[in-house]
Design a protein around this ligand. Sequence first.
Ligand code: FES
Ligand code: FES
Length: 153
Amino acid sequence: MATRLTVNGTPVTLDVNPDMPLLWALRDHLKLTGTKFGCGIAQCGACTVMLDGVPTRSCVTPVAAVEDAEVTTIEGIQGDAAHAVQKAWADLNVAQCGYCQSGQVMVATELLQNIPKPSDEEIDAAMGGNICRCATYARIRKGVRAASDALEA
Ligand code: FES
Ligand code: FES
C-alpha cells in the first residue's frame, strides 16, 4: 500500500515496502541524497531528518511510520535558526569530509529553535549523539555558538 506524506513541503506518495527505512525511500526513491547512511542502527546521527519537527533517525524509521507526517531533510530545512546554522557552518568551515554534517545541522537547528542561547553543557547534550569521524566537535560547538549569537543580533 502506498504511503502518503509531505517531504520538504511537497506532498509525495511512496509506493514502497512499508518496512523500508525512510532513509532509503528518501535517497533512492526521492533522490534526496543529502541525508546519509552511517551505521544503520540509530547510533551515529548521519541519517537525521526532521519528522514533524523532531530530529529523527531515518535509518530505523520505517516508511509505515511516516504516513501523513511532515519530513524535512537537509535539502528543505528553512527558518532563521536553520539559516544561522548553515551560515555559521560555512563561515567557520565546520565540515571536514562533510559526511556527518547534514545530521549535525539538523540537530543544531532544532537545538537553537528550542534554546536560542544554549550553554556549553546544553550544546554538548544536544549534539553528543551525533558522531563525527573527522572529530570536528570543537568547530561544531563554535558553529552553534556563532549561530546563536547571530540569531540574537
Ligand atoms: S545511519 Fe542512522 S543513526 Fe547512523
Ligand atoms: S566531517 Fe567527516 S564525519 Fe564529520
